[in-house]
Design a protein around this ligand. Sequence first.
Ligand SMILES: *[C@@H]1O[C@H](CO)[C@@H](O)[C@H](O)[C@H]1NC(C)=O
Ligand SMILES: *[C@@H]1O[C@H](CO)[C@@H](O)[C@H](O)[C@H]1NC(C)=O
Ligand SMILES: *[C@@H]1O[C@H](CO)[C@@H](O)[C@H](O)[C@H]1NC(C)=O
Ligand SMILES: *[C@@H]1O[C@H](CO)[C@@H](O)[C@H](O)[C@H]1NC(C)=O
Length: 341
Amino acid sequence: MKFFRSLLMSISAAPLIHALPSTRTTPPIHTIFQFPNLTALENVATRGNGNLLITATSSNSLYQLNPLSPTGYITVATIPNVTSLLGIAEFQPDVFAVVAGNFTTVPPHTNPGTYSIWKVDLSRCYTRNCVGKKTKITDLPEGGLLNGMTLVVPGCSTALVADSSVGVIWRVDLLTGAYKIAVNDPLTQGPPDGLPLPIGVNGVHTFGSTLYFTNLFLNGGFYAQVPIHTSGPNIGFASGPASLVANIGTGDDFALDKKGVAYVATNAQETVDRVKRDGSFAVIAGSFNDTILEGCTAASFGRTASDGAVLYVVTNGGLAGPVPGTFREGGKVVALDTTRL
Ligand SMILES: *[C@@H]1O[C@H](CO)[C@@H](O)[C@H](O)[C@H]1NC(C)=O
Ligand SMILES: *[C@@H]1O[C@H](CO)[C@@H](O)[C@H](O)[C@H]1NC(C)=O
Ligand SMILES: *[C@@H]1O[C@H](CO)[C@@H](O)[C@H](O)[C@H]1NC(C)=O
Ligand SMILES: *[C@@H]1O[C@H](CO)[C@@H](O)[C@H](O)[C@H]1NC(C)=O
C-alpha cells in the first residue's frame, strides 16, 4: 500500500537502517513494461500459461500482460461500482478471486464498507481478446481496507484476506461467500495513531501450516508468521500467537519460493528484500534512491519453463512517495532474475 515518504521517515528511521544490506548481490533486473502515468499497480498473479494478471488501486480493470512478449496489456475483467482492485489468488485452474473496493491512492484514503471479493473465471480465455467471466462472491461490509489475499492450501477454496485498516485477517469461503475473522493478533494491527491511514497487516501467503505476513507500519514495519489450521472446521484460523520473523521495515506484498523464502516488495523503501524462514534477510534489488523499484507493491514468480526463476515485481510509480529529485512515473512491471541468488 502506498503512503508518503515523509510518513515513513516520521515513524522511525531505525527499520531503514536495519534493512540496509551488509553484503549485496545484484541480480539482473529490467523493466519489461510501463503503464501510463498515474497508474498505481497494486498486485500480481501468474496464470498457468505464463501471463501476468495485474491489479491497480487506480483502476477497476484487471490487466493481463504476457511477460515473455510484453508489447502491451489487455483488460480481462472490469469490476463494477469500485475504483480499485487489490489482492488476487488462483483457487481453481485459471479461476481467480480478486479483492475490489474504493481506495484512493493520493492522498492515501480508504472507504470502509466498500470492499467485496469477486471471482474472475479465465479458464476458457486464451485468445488475445480474452474477457473473463466475473461474479461477486461476497460483499464484506465490515472490511476497512481489504488488501493481500492467499489460499490456506494451494488450490483450496478457503481464502485468507488481510484487512490493513481493521488489523485482522479474514477467512473467506470462496464457494459460499461466508466469512469470519481468522487472525486477530497484536502483530496484525496497524500503528496506534498519528498516521492518516494506519496500515497494518498487508501481504499474506501460506507455506505448509504457517501463514507469513507483512505489516507495513506497526513498529516501522516487519515480516511475521502465525501458525494456522489447514483442515477441519477451523481451517485458516490461527492455532497460536503470531511471532516476528524479521525487522525488514515497510513490507508490502511478497512471493514465496518453493522453500518458503520470501521476496518482499518494500514499497517506499524502493527495494525487494529476500527473507529466509530463519529470519535472515538482505536487500537483493533496488535502493532507496533508485527509481527501478520505485513504489514496488507486490511480486509473483513466472510459471513457464523459461521464466520459473524470474520474479515479476509491480510498482505504483512512486505516486505517493517518489524517489527524491525524480519525477513520478507510471507503474511498471519489472523482471528480476533470481537464478544466481
Ligand atoms: C454500488 O455501491 C453502493 C454502495 O455500496 C450500493 O448502494 C449500490 O447499490 C451499488 N451499485 C451497484 C450497481 O452495484
Ligand atoms: C465507489 O465510489 C464510486 C465513485 O465515487 C461510487 O459511485 C460507488 O458507489 C462506490 N462503491 C461502493 C461499493 O460504495
Ligand atoms: C539518498 O539521497 C539523499 C539525498 O541525495 C541522501 O541524503 C541519502 O543519504 C541517500 N540515501 C541512501 C540510502 O542512499
Ligand atoms: C505524472 O503525474 C504527476 C501528477 O500529475 C506529475 O507530477 C508528474 O510530473 C507526471 N510525470 C510524468 C513523467 O509525466
